[in-house]
Design a protein around this ligand. Structure first.
Ligand code: GAL
Length: 450
C-alpha cells in the first residue's frame, strides 16, 4: 500500500486538530479544593501496582499550570483540546453534593480555551472513578447507572452552555478488561464475575450518558470513544484465524455494536459471548444500549497479531509480540503499522450507522532524551507522518473523518507504567515541571501552519 504526502489542507478548514489529555494523568492537585480519592489514587497506594511506585498525585500539575499548557496548545497550532473531568473532584462523595471549587476550576479551563479560540472537547469519564463508589462495587454495582446519570447531569448542567463537544466514555474495553478482569489497572479486580457486570454497565452508561447530554445541552455534538486494533492472525491456519476472530470481537466489536443497536456481537463458537448474554440478560437491553451518536471516537495505537493458544483461559489465544515478529515498534514494544491504522478506520466506517469519525487518540511512546534543551524524537515525527497519511487516504476514499487528536500534549502519568512512558509532544521534567517542546511538537506547528 502506498500513501501520498500528507497536507493539512487536504482535511479541509473545519477539521478538528487537537491534543488530548486526561484528568488522572495530567491534573495532579491531589485532594486539593475538596477532591476525593479516585480509584487511581487508591491503586497507586497499593504496593507493586505501578512501575517505580509512582503516583498520580502531582502528575503534570495541570491543575495549577493549565494556563501555560493551553498556551502551548495554541503555540503548537492546534484548534481543539480534549480533556476529561474528574468525577472525584466534581462529586467528592460520588453522588452527593457538587463541589463548587471543582466546577470553578473547569470553568477556568473552558474559559481559557475559548479565549484562545481553542474548541474544548470534554470527556466525561476517563477512568478515574471516585474511590468511595468503588467501595460500593464501582462499575460492577447494580447502582452504577444511578450514580453515573447523576454525574453526567451535573457535568451537562454546569458546562453545557459553554461546551458543545462531549465524549461520554474513554475506551470502555480498556478500563473494564484491565481494571475488572486482569487487575493491571485500577481498581485491580479479576474474574468474569467482575468483568461481565462492568462491561454491561459500560455499554448501558455510554448510551444513557449520550441521552442525558442530548436532553440537557442544546446543539451538542456527542460522541464516545473506542479503543481499536486490527487483529491479524499469525498464520492462515484455521485455529489462528478463529483465535483472531475471538480477539476481534473483544477488541473491536464488543462496545460499538450495542451502540449501533445490534446488541452484543454474536458468535456461536465463542463461549464468552454466550455467557455474557446469559449473565447480563442482554437481549432485554438492545434498545437501552443503543444511542445515535453524532460521532464515534477511535483510538488506535497498534495492531495485534494473534495465535491459537489452548492454555489461555477464556480466549484460547495469545499475542505474538512485535519484537518476535520482527516488526517496527515503539519503546513500549507496540507495533508501528500505519497501514493497519488505515484498515481499522475503514473497518469501523463500514458499519452502517456511524455518521462521523474522529480519531480521538493516536500517538507513540519513546525513551526521549532532553539534551541541551532539545528532544530529538524523530521516530515520533515519523509515526505521526505515516499515521496522518493513512488517515488522509481513508478520508479521500470517503470516510467522514472530522478530526484528529494526538496523544498527548505533555508527558504525563501513564497509568500502571507511571512516568516511565513518555507520549507527549512536550517534554516534562517531573522534578521541576519544566516544559520543553520536543521536535515532534515543532513538527506539528509547521504542519498545522502550512
Ligand atoms: C489510551 C488511553 C490514554 C493513554 C493512551 C496511551 O488507551 O485512553 O489515557 O494512556 O492509551 O497508552
Amino acid at each position: 500500500m502506498s500513501f501520498t504526502p500528507v497536507h493539512r489542507k487536504n482535511f479541509g478548514n473545519n477539521f478538528h486538530w487537537g491534543v488530548a489529555i486526561a484528568a488522572a494523568q495530567n491534573e495532579g492537585g491531589f485532594l486539593e479544593d475538596g477532591k476525593s480519592m479516585s480509584i487511581w489514587d487508591a491503586f497507586a497506594r497499593r504496593q507493586g501496582k505501578i512501575r517505580g511506585s509512582h503516583t498520580p498525585f502531582v502528575a503534570a500539575d495541570f491543575y495549577h499550570r493549565y494556563k501555560d499548557d493551553l498556551l502551548l496548545v495554541k503555540a503548537l497550532g492546534f484548534n481543539s483540546f480534549r480533556f476529561s473531568l474528574s468525577w472525584a473532584r466534581i462529586l467528592p462523595d460520588g453522588t452527593g453534593k457538587t463541589n463548587k471549587q471543582a466546577i470553578a476550576f473547569y470553568h477556568k479551563v473552558i474559559d481559557e480555551c475559548l479565549k484562545l479560540e481553542i474548541t474544548p472537547f470534554v470527556t466525561i469519564y476517563h477512568w478515574d472513578l471516585p474511590n468511595v463508589l468503588e467501595k460500593e462495587g464501582g462499575w460492577t454495582s447494580t447502582l452504577f447507572q444511578k450514580w453515573f446519570a447523576r454525574y453526567v447531569k451535573v457535568c451537562a448542567e454546569n458546562f453545557g452552555d459553554k461546551v458543545k463537544n462531549w465524549i461520554i466514555l474513554n475506551e470502555p474495553l480498556s478500563f473494564t478488561a484491565l481494571g475488572y478482569m486482569m487487575a493491571q489497572h485500577a481498581p485491580g479486580k479479576r474474574g468474569l464475575f467482575n468483568f461481565f457486570p462492568a462491561i454491561h454497565n459500560a455499554a448501558l452508561a455510554q448510551a444513557e450518558g449520550g441521552r442525558i447530554v442530548r436532553e440537557l445541552v442544546p446543539n451538542a455534538y456527542i460522541g464516545t470513544t473506542f479503543s481499536c486494533s486490527e487483529v491479524i492472525p499469525n498464520t492462515q491456519r484455521e485455529e489462528d484465524i478463529k483465535a483472531a476472530g475471538r480477539l476481534d470481537i473483544l477488541m473491536n466489536r464488543l462496545f460499538i455494536e450495542p451502540v449501533l443497536g445490534l446488541g452484543y456481537p454474536r458468535d456461536d463458537q465463542f463461549p464468552f459471548i454466550q455467557k455474557l448474554e446469559k449473565y447480563t440478560h442482554a437481549w432485554r437491553y438492545t434498545e437501552k444500549m443503543y444511542f445515535k451518536f453524532d460521532f464515534i471516537g477511535l483510538q488506535n495505537y497498534f495492531p495485534v497479531t494473534i495465535k491459537y493458544n489452548a492454555l489461555m483461559p477464556v480466549i484460547n489465544a495469545s499475542q505474538v509480540n512485535a519484537k518476535t515478529k520482527g516488526a517496527p515498534h515503539t519503546d513500549l514494544g507496540w507495533e508501528i503499522n500505519s497501514e493497519s491504522f488505515y484498515r481499522i478506520i475503514k473497518k469501523f466506517w463500514m458499519y452502517g450507522g456511524v455518521k462521523e469519525i474522529i480519531i480521538t487518540e493516536n500517538g507513540a511512546s519513546f525513551k526521549d532524551k532532553l539534551e541541551n534543551g532539545v528532544v530529538k524524537d524523530d521516530k515520533r515525527i515519523a509515526y505521526f507522518q505515516t499515521h496522518l497519511r493513512a488517515m488522509q487516504k481513508a478520508k479521500k476514499e470517503g470516510v467522514n473523518l472530522k478530526g484528529y487528536f494526538a496523544w498527548t500534549l505533555t508527558d504525563n502519568f501513564e497509568w500502571n507504567l507511571g512516568y516511565s512512558a513518555r507520549f507527549g509532544l512536550v517534554h516534562v521534567d517531573f522534578k521541576t515541571q519544566l516544559r520543553t517542546i520536543k521536535n515532534s511538537g515543532h513538527w506539528w506547528r509547521a504542519f498545522l501552519q502550512d
